[in-house]
Write a protein that binds this ligand. Structure first.
Ligand SMILES: *Cc1c(COP(=O)(O)O)cnc(C)c1O
Length: 219
């Protein structure tokens, strides 16, 4: 099947509340154009340099999502155009995003990345750390960011029940956080689900799935 058929297939399983982010890391611009022409406007990249170079080549109505670990010193390169940063894992990073957003006279939406104990990646925040950030006095001064939700990755396992439990736990935490009232916080997006587990994520309340290899082939 081609890219557009793959997109149709994935979209058909998403329902009304979940949006597709096509993850295009390592894939060339021509393949991204196929997805764009099939109606996809949200694209995810995990490396700053690759995102910037694709941003320069591609149609300007594309919404670029930073999904990979973001180093503080690289924020400035994506700050002029990035649509949503999924991978915020420290208050320090949030402050730098705020600074660069201010320099570009815009507000940048951010998700806090939640660490799930069994996942391989070392990035992400514990629930305690997330509460700390959401209640930090410093947040009051960060007028050029908005925390719009959470991102999480389930463990890399074939065991669907483990994955379902992790997603369900994340959803519960996300719902709890909605009770926090703050001008810089608007808990509305829950970014969870990839090629291997997005149907489970959708069932458990994901609003954004990040799908790569299922659309574009293995990397
Ligand atoms: C690569 C990546 C994806 C997409 O993974 P696939 O298995 O190819 O769908 C999703 N989220 C993050 C954070 C990624 O780095």
């Amino acid at each position: 099947m081609g890219v557009s058929e793959n997109i149709e297939m994935v979209k058909a399983g998403l329902g009304d509340v979940t949006k597709l982010i096509a993850v295009t890391k390592t894939k060339p611009a021509e393949l991204i154009m196929e997805a764009y022409e099939a109606g996809v406007v949200d694209f995810g990249e995990n490396k700053v340099q690759e995102m910037v170079s694709k941003y320069e080549k591609m149609p300007k109505d594309i919404r670029w999502h930073q999904i990979g670990h973001l180093q503080t010193n690289k924020v400035k390169y994506i700050a002029p155009f990035v649509f949503l940063i999924h991978s915020v894992d420290s208050l320090k990073l949030l402050k730098e995003i705020n600074k660069q957003a201010l320099a570009n006279n815009r507000v940048i939406d951010c998700l806090l990345q939640v660490y799930i104990a069994r996942e391989e990646t070392k990035f992400g925040l514990s629930r305690e750390e997330i509460i700390e950030i959401l209640t930090a006095p410093d947040l009051d001064h960060l007028q050029n960011i908005c925390i719009t939700g959470l991102m999480g990755m389930a463990s890399n396992t074939e065991n669907t029940e483990v994955i379902r439990n992790e997603f369900a736990g994340l959803k519960l935490f996300f719902e709890e956080l909605k009770s926090i009232s703050h001008p810089r916080i608007q808990m509305k997006e829950l970014s969870m689900g990839m090629s291997g587990d997005y149907p489970v994520a959708v069932e458990e309340g994901s609003t954004l799935v990040r799908v790569g290899s299922l659309l574009f082939g293995e990397r």
